[in-house]
Design a protein. Structure first.
Length: 196
C-alpha cells in the first residue's frame, strides 16, 4: 500500500514511518523543512516538501504521489501555541482532504484528541458531541468524514521524549514546554514545593 504521511517528522510521524516501511508499505513522507529530507530518505520514505497551509503545494504533492491512503499526523506545537495548532487542524486538514478528493484518494486516517468531548455523567462514547470550545477539532473531524473511508484516532496526552510535556515528565520539573518551562530549565523560575 502507498501511504502519504503528513506530519512525518513530528513526534508520532517519526515513530509511524519506520513501522510502515518495515511492513512493506511505500511511504511518501511530507515535511515543510528541506533540512529533514535526508532523515526521511534514510528511514526508507520518498520525501516531499509542502506546507499543508499552502493549498496548492499540498495538492501538488498529493497529485504527484497518488497514494492509496492519506495519514494525517499533523500538529503545530513547537512554540506551544494552541492557536497555531487549531489553525493547522482546521485549515491544513481542509487542504489535505481537498487534495485527496481531487485525485480520488478515498481513505484517510487522521489524528484528533480524546479530551474534546462534551462533559457528561458517564464515559464518552463515539457519538458523544465534541465541545465547541475546542478550536479546530470539530472542523478537522468533519473534514475527514467527507472521504468515503476514514478513521479518526483520538489520542490522549502524550508524555516522554520529544513531546510537548517532555521537560515535565523526563527531567521531573513541573510545567510543559513554553516560556515558563524554558525559564524553569534555565534556573530563572523555581518550582514551588509544599511544606510538610
Amino acid at each position: 500500500m502507498h501511504v502519504l504521511l503528513a506530519g512525518a517528522t513530528g513526534v508520532l510521524g517519526r515513530r509511524i514511518l519506520p513501522l510502515l516501511v518495515s511492513r512493506g508499505h511505500r511511504v511518501t513522507a511530507v515535511t515543510r523543512d528541506p533540512g529533514r529530507l535526508p532523515a526521511l530518505r534514510a528511514a526508507g520514505a520518498s520525501p516531499a516538501i509542502a506546507d499543508v497551509l499552502d493549498a496548492d503545494a499540498i495538492a501538488a504533492v498529493v497529485r504527484a504521489a497518488a497514494p492509496d491512503v492519506v495519514m494525517h499526523q499533523l500538529t503545530d506545537l513547537r512554540d506551544g501555541s494552541r492557536a497555531a495548532n487549531a489553525h493547522l487542524r482546521e485549515v491544513g486538514t481542509r487542504h489535505l482532504v481537498d487534495a485527496a478528493r481531487a485525485v480520488g484518494v478515498g481513505r484517510i486516517v487522521a489524528q484528533s484528541i480524546a479530551w474534546a468531548y462534551e462533559a457528561g455523567a458517564g464515559p464518552a462514547v463515539e457519538d458523544t458531541p465534541l465541545r465547541p470550545d475546542m478550536p479546530g477539532v470539530p472542523q478537522l473531524e468533519a473534514a475527514v468524514r467527507e472521504l468515503p473511508e476514514w478513521v479518526v484516532l483520538r489520542y490522549g496526552m502524550l508524555y516522554g521524549p520529544d513531546t510537548w510535556y517532555a521537560p515535565w515528565r523526563v527531567d521531573g520539573r513541573a510545567g510543559p514546554r513554553g516560556r515558563a518551562g524554558r525559564r524553569r530549565r534555565c534556573g530563572q523560575l523555581r518550582t514551588r514545593r509544599r511544606r510538610r
